[in-house]
Design a protein around this ligand. Structure first.
Ligand SMILES: NC(=O)c1ccc[n+]([C@@H]2O[C@H](COP(=O)([O-])OP(=O)(O)OC[C@H]3O[C@@H](n4cnc5c(N)ncnc54)[C@H](O)[C@@H]3O)[C@@H](O)[C@H]2O)c1
Length: 352
């Protein structure tokens, strides 16, 4: 059997899923809930009981579109109708996350959208609140659960690439920034909102780096956002390289790129993250493998980062809550380490 044939045994890797799906109460009915959370939950058959949004019209519109029985502007009201065993799914702008967490019932389970606050101070406040309230809390770092990434991890965990000594994330794409006007006023943009996924992914493969070196900069052709391109080096010592290079204002369709790549002593893997290409239309994700010195060959995968990764992060939380799994990989304590790495990147870059 050659490497690609051997690897194709592992491409059906699935995220943890609970045996019984618990009902979800969503707080925030914005773009990401419409385009990713709700489509993923529908596909993975997670029941959604309530949608809350301070702009009630948005909650009502999504409730209608996805057949959710209850929509309200008030979390307090949502708590009176929510099933006792519900799991909360908070997807509000980061500056409101702590406020929402404060209102959740003690002891409940919650999935928080990334970033976990805008700064390490806000991340620390959210972590402390979650611990004081004894919440089972995780952060929605759903790239870890994209089908192609799960497959790649399974292939590497089974030793097919040998010793992994190199990981790179390369993104040269054009984002229509007007879709996220709330970012125009934000002092931190690229690393906090985009590279954070890739930093978290590197951490999930290699653990915490010894240190971070970074530069994040403004593009004269995207003056409305604080920064749109970055280079982040995660230092894992003398015999392993990990870096992220992103340019989200790359205006040349022929040279777009969006991939994560691992090299080992026996071969390499590349995952193309199609969602970033031709945004917002996107293209399908791809998984390719090559034995040492050979050309890349495609491996079959089912599904994409968006929306399927979102079912994985909810599945992982619910499986943990239901005791169907003993680990919660994106628990807030681990997410705080990703926020620490983000903070270190901004300090290294000399930005806010
Ligand atoms: N891949 C990803 O993981 C991903 C992608 C995009 C956005 N996000 C994150 O998701 C969050 C939401 O992003 P978005 O693009 O949907 O933003 P959005 O502005 O489209 O939606 C946010 C919604 O939250 C509502 N809201 C604000 N405060 C609230 C409160 N206290 N209670 C109830 N509702 C409240 C707003 O009215 C709005 O409808 C952000 O933190 C963003 O970083 C994550």
């Amino acid at each position: 059997m050659d490497l690609a044939q051997e690897a194709s045994q592992y491409t059906h890797a699935k995220p943890p899923m609970p045996r019984v799906r618990l009902p979800i109460v969503i707080v925030g009915a914005g773009g990401i809930v419409r385009d990713a959370h709700l489509p993923a939950y529908k596909k993975a058959k997670f029941p959604v009981a309530v949608v809350v949004d301070s702009e009630v019209g948005k909650a009502e519109a999504l409730a209608r579109q996805f057949s959710v029985p209850y929509a309200t502007a008030s979390l307090a009201e949502a708590l009176t109708v929510a099933p006792r065993d519900c799991v909360f799914d908070v997807a509000v702008p980061a500056r409101y996350t702590a406020d929402v967490v404060r209102q959740l019932p003690d002891g409940s389970a919650v999935l928080l959208q990334k970033p976990m606050g805008n700064t390490i101070l806000e991340a620390g406040e959210i972590l402390k609140l979650c611990q004081e309230k004894r919440l089972t809390a995780a952060v929605n770092f759903q790239l870890r659960y994209a089908p192609a990434i799960l497959a790649a991890k399974e292939i590497m965990d089974n030793g097919l690439l040998g010793e992994i000594h190199d990981m790179q994330v390369i993104v040269n794409v054009h984002l229509p920034w007007n879709l996220w006007t709330y970012l125009f006023a934000a002092p931190r943009v690229e690393i906090l909102y985009h590279s954070i996924h890739y930093i978290d992914l590197v951490r999930s493969c290699f653990g915490n780096p010894d240190r971070i070196l970074a530069k994040t900069v403004k593009d004269p052709l995207a003056p409305e956002v604080a920064t749109s391109k970055s280079v982040v080096i995660l230092d894992f010592g003398q015999s392993k390289r990990a870096y992220i290079s992103t340019n989200h204002n790359h205006l040349y369709p022929d040279t777009q790129a969006s991939y994560v790549q691992w090299e080992g002593t026996k071969g390499m893997l590349r995952v193309t993250l199609g969602m970033n290409l031709d945004y917002p239309g996107g293209r399908p994700d791809r998984l390719e493998i090559a034995a040492r010195g050979e050309s890349l060959r495609s491996l079959p995968i089912e599904g994409n980062w968006i929306p399927d990764g979102f079912a994985g992060s909810m599945g992982s939380l619910q499986a943990y809550v239901n005791c169907d799994s003993t680990e919660l990989p994106t628990r807030v304590e681990d997410a705080f380490e990703t926020m620490r790495a983000v903070e270190a990147a901004y300090i290294s870059s000399g930005n806010l």
